[in-house]
Ligand binder design. Structure first.
Ligand SMILES: Cc1cc2nc3c(=O)[nH]c(=O)nc-3n(C[C@H](O)[C@H](O)[C@H](O)COP(=O)(O)OP(=O)(O)OC[C@H]3O[C@@H](n4cnc5c(N)ncnc54)[C@H](O)[C@@H]3O)c2cc1C
Length: 411
């Protein structure tokens, strides 16, 4: 069959290479001057390409439409993905949290391996060319029009990604092409995105480990997440904050601004209950009664955070530890477990790692990723309304959905 794959990102490269390997005549259209620009910046340049977890854990990490992904993920599992890249001579390693990276720590090794895989199998790669329209007659794909011409085809695969980090080429073109053909688009918003917060002055760059974070908004509360976070010049980021950002839809819907009065509560000592924490503070006071309460706190938290904690509970920094009253001590313990930062909302979409929203999966067949409206039209990767937490899950989704297309057209 004649196939046109639109977008040479993670999903498009995998899909084009696999379809060409299966004997199809494949054209891969990419509007950038090179393939895999987003893939290149993944995992801070190291590319966390999948997660070596079991299926149950995998689906727990999918935020939107996990059931839809069932057959794609079981059809091409994280372990299949690892074997695939190792068969392309990319050595892999598994790090903390089952995150999988190339041993070289170079995302370019993944990009190049996929590009070689596609070209070796005979994919015709068209760089610097933008797909503009999918030509359909009688609800069947006939051709793909680009800014340079037209490709007649039996199959078109939209693998154009989402809307975040648009400099990489993901500018939402696929949504427009799908919408024009009658598909519903669930409004795309950025997820896995830093949050804008107040009260972070002087904390920029500070990274906290083993803390808990929860968002409160009116009578709504997010789940609490535990791990690492960091302060930026506009608010908060880091793994647990990015995870929280993916769940904010339950609080603010498609809005990127949170309702007034929303705040982030940071638990600096999640392993200690209030009573144990109070006993710990009492021990610190007894050990250094003449120290100021601020210095005393240095044993319990990073130095730059102590003034913020004291300000939040209204205790003067230079108060002698021995002069701290029982009430102040209890207030201090409560603040250490519930340090609040007023939240404004999500950072702009450009900074999101993933897009929430996209082509409504109710109009896509989960077995082969074919449109239920147009014969010969397929979707692969982030363009569909699926997204997951950080940890390699999103790239695995891109690879698995691409492979679902390949399997269905190979039998
Ligand atoms: C900073 C950052 C770090 C990330 N790190 C990780 C990580 O470590 N692990 C992980 O699992 N996920 C990570 N992600 C998410 C991951 O990159 C995406 O989930 C994945 O790239 C989606 O793949 P895709 O092929 O669907 O889309 P993309 O990779 O975005 O590829 C889409 C391609 O389509 C092209 N295109 C778009 N429109 C057109 C058009 N009209 N004509 C022709 N070409 C077009 C684009 O130029 C682009 O090359 C990260 C994302 C970001 C932004």
């Amino acid at each position: 069959m004649k196939v046109v794959v639109i977008g040479a990102g993670a999903a498009g490269l995998m899909c084009a290479g696999g379809l060409a390997e299966a004997g199809h005549d494949v054209v891969l259209i990419e509007k950038n001057d090179r393939v895999g620009r987003k893939l290149f910046i993944t995992g801070k340049g190291r590319c966390n390409l999948t997660n070596a977890c079991d299926a149950r854990a995998f689906f727990e990490n999918v935020v939107t439409n996990p059931k839809f992904l069932n057959s794609a993920i079981y059809g091409f599992t994280p372990s299949d993905c690892m074997q695939f890249f190792e068969s392309l001579d990319v050595k892999l390693k598994v790090e903390r949290g089952d995150r999988v990276f190339p041993v070289s720590d170079k995302s370019n090794d993944i990009v190049k391996a996929l590009e070689r895989y596609a070209l070796k199998n005979g994919v015709q790669l068209q760089l610097n060319e933008k797909a503009e329209e999918i030509v359909v007659r009688d609800a069947v794909v006939r051709a793909v029009k680009t800014d340079k011409g037209e490709y007649l085809c039996d199959v078109a695969v939209i693998a154009t990604g989402g809307i975040t980090y648009p400099v990489t080429g993901s500018t939402g073109d696929g949504y427009l092409m799908a919408q024009k053909l009658g598909h519903r688009i669930v409004a795309p918003v950025a997820a896995l995105v830093p949050l804008i917060a107040k009260g972070v002055e002087g904390l920029q760059g500070l990274s906290l480990r083993n803390v808990g974070a929860t968002v409160f908004s009116g009578d709504k509360k997010s789940r609490s997440h535990f791990g690492e976070m960091l302060f930026t010049h506009t608010g908060v980021s880091g793994p647990i904050i990015l995870t929280l950002s993916s769940e904010l839809g339950k609080i603010c819907g498609k809005n990127t601004i949170l309702p007034k009065g929303s705040y982030l509560s940071v638990d600096l000592k999640p392993a200690l209950d209030l009573q144990t924490l109070d006993a710990r503070i009492q021990r610190e006071i007894s050990a250094a009664p003449k120290a100021t309460v601020k210095t005393m706190l240095y044993t319990m938290m990073p130095k730059s955070l102590a003034p913020k904690v004291l300000e939040s509970c209204g205790i003067q920094e230079d108060t002698k530890a021995s002069a701290v009253t029982k009430k102040q001590r209890e207030l201090l313990a409560a603040t250490v477990k519930d340090l609040r930062f007023p939240l404004i909302g999500k950072e702009k979409a450009d900074l999101g790692i993933i897009t929430q929203g996209g082509v409504d999966v109710a109009q896509i067949n989960p077995k082969d990723m074919q449109s239920k409206l147009i014969k010969g039209l397929y979707f692969a990767g982030e363009v569909a309304d699926v997204d997951a937490y950080t940890g390699g899950f999103n790239l695995q989704i891109a690879f698995s959905t691409a492979k679902a297309v390949v399997r269905s057209l190979s039998s």
